[in-house]
Design a protein around this ligand. Structure first.
Ligand code: GLA
Length: 374
């Protein structure tokens, strides 16, 4: 049973009627443009078919139950526990903006694997904001939803993340990846070329301490931007970087990744428009190398899955996706070769000592929506 059907059924079991409100917010995979969003740069993500669903109705007090994590209690406590943190964070972000929090009861289900770098937390934040918009009788504005959800993420997790995950979950278009300018939030859809399929592979590895590394990377980028006298690394060129004398060599490598990754992302979008899948794949490969060697956010399982993918005929490119260290990779595969691809890669990955990977459908899907309950 899919997430939608499970949400509706659980709601009915708990409350004895059909839910009046139903929302959906998808997970995402990023094709290219990694660790560029918080540098005001460019990203090229797409929304996945897997999503988080909330079936809900107005209530006197908030009472939300997650299929995976149970009831979110005390969402107005100062230090809520477990997944109630996300609900509490969304509530406080709305209240800070003088938007009321409407108490709500309902059920949450998801088909997005947790902790796999597919933005399950962004999807939850976006879904909660859509429920609140539905309760206010408003049409959600994706950019506003994304900004609020990003602040909620900072509060809930303490992670100084960029806006990519929340924005693509809120605003994606079926069939396309979206080139997002993370400074202006402008987005341009780039349809996936006809001859290729996106396959997402979950290494089944998870990493607890990725947050502190993420914050360190972001701080390094900000140091270089400050040394160069620019607002963000988006504004620095390779020549400008080379002209900075007193830079820590590690910081220099981090900045070089960001500057080159921004260009690769723009080039990837242009390649998609030309239907040049081979070039898109090549850029994805180069992105992985850079994340591994210059930005140092890959990991053994991610590298192994990328290698296992590239060894398959028909794989045009493969890379880690999301924050890094563990979780998922993304591969661009000729559609004619997808039949055997996942099985071959899984066999190779397992032969190399990995756990049996989960294969996730990478078909570009629609952004979040308030649905008509069935
Ligand atoms: C995480 C963050 C995003 C982005 C990616 C890396 O997914 O939430 O904002 O920075 O890492 O590209």
């Amino acid at each position: 049973m899919d997430g939608r059907a499970r949400a509706e059924r659980r709601f009915e079991e708990r409350f004895g009627r059909r839910p009046p409100i139903l929302v959906r917010a998808p997970g995402r995979v990023n094709l290219i443009g990694e660790h560029t969003d918080y540098n005001d740069g460019f990203v090229l993500p797409l929304a996945l078919p897997c999503a988080t669903w909330i079936a809900a109705e107005p209530a006197d007090a908030t009472d939300l139950e997650s299929e995976d994590f149970g009831v979110a209690s005390s969402v107005d406590a100062t230090q809520p526990e477990g997944w109630a943190r996300y609900v509490a964070a969304v509530r406080s972000v709305l209240l800070d903006g003088d938007v009321p929090w409407h108490p709500v009861r309902g059920t949450v289900t998801t088909d997005i694997p947790h902790g796999a770098s597919l933005s399950s937390s962004a999807a939850l934040e976006v879904a909660l904001l859509l429920v609140q918009a539905a309760l206010r009788g408003e049409r959600p504005v994706p950019e506003e939803v994304a900004r609020l959800a990003q602040v909620a993420e900072h509060r809930a997790v303490g992670l100084p993340s960029g806006i990519m995950d929340q924005l693509i979950s809120a605003r994606a278009t079926v069939g396309a990846a979206q080139l997002i300018d993370c400074r202006t939030l402008d987005g341009v859809d780039h349809p996936l070329p006809d001859d290729v399929t996106v396959v997402v592979l979950d290494t089944m590895t998870r990493r607890e301490l990725a947050e502190s590394e993420y914050a360190r990377r972001r701080a390094a980028c900000e140091r270089v931007a400050a040394a160069a006298g620019v607002d963000a690394l988006r504004d620095l060129t390779l020549a400008g970087l080379a002209a900075l004398d007193d830079l820590d060599p590690v910081d220099r490598r981090r900045a070089r990744h960001v500057i080159e990754e921004n260009q690769r992302t723009l080039d990837a979008a242009a390649a998609m428009d030309r239907g040049d899948s081979a070039e898109l794949g090549r850029l994805m490969d180069a992105s992985h190398e850079s994340l591994r060697d210059l930005y140092e956010v890959s990991g053994p399982a991610l590298d192994a899955m990328v290698e296992a993918s590239r060894a398959s005929v028909g794989c045009l490119g493969a890379r880690m996706t999301g924050g890094g260290f563990a979780g998922c990779t993304v591969a661009l595969v000729r559609t004619a070769s997808t039949g055997d691809f996942a099985e071959e890669v899984a066999d190779r990955f397992v032969a190399g000592g990995g756990e049996t990977p989960r294969v996730i459908d990478g078909t570009p899907s629609a952004g979040a929506s308030i649905e008509r309950p069935s």
